[in-house]
Design a protein around this ligand. Sequence first.
Ligand code: GDP
Ligand code: MG
Length: 151
Amino acid sequence: MERTFIMLKPDAIQRRLTGKIITRLEERGLKIVAAKMLQITRELAMEHYQEHKNKPFFNNLIDYITSAPVLALVIEGENSIKLTRKIVGATNPQEADPGTIRGDFALHTGRNIIHASDSPKSAEREIKLFFNEDEIYDYTMPDEKIIYEPG
Ligand code: GDP
Ligand code: MG
């Protein structure tokens, strides 16, 4: 089973979309193994988005992501990194397919409501940035045997 890092950004919380977004992940069969609400410091934001530090939008991105609380999640499931990127949709919500989270709930790249790790390497790095190992839970969903083909 693969773990990925998901973050509901400040606009998702402020627009009261938290339940709808989490429902989409849960209904697909994915499992929440960690969750934490926090207001990100500028230091953590800059570390999380270090790959974008030379981009023209970097300062706006740090302002946005630190502006109000976020909900950080670790999500587990088979192929969860690629799968959640698909469920989240394209970075620019105007290019995101309808049926994706960004394609249904957002309009602007700078306010695209959700983050999802883009590779195994970034998932591992981002999970470690936001969670201690003892904050991530190992449990069984009773319907795992129904959701996944055995073997
Ligand atoms: P993601 O992996 O789909 O979230 O996209 P990226 O890793 O390319 O960018 C990280 C985040 O930076 C995006 O989710 C947006 O919030 C923001 N971002 C990316 N490109 C732009 C841009 O051109 N303008 C603005 N304002 N924000 C951007
Ligand atoms: Mg990214």
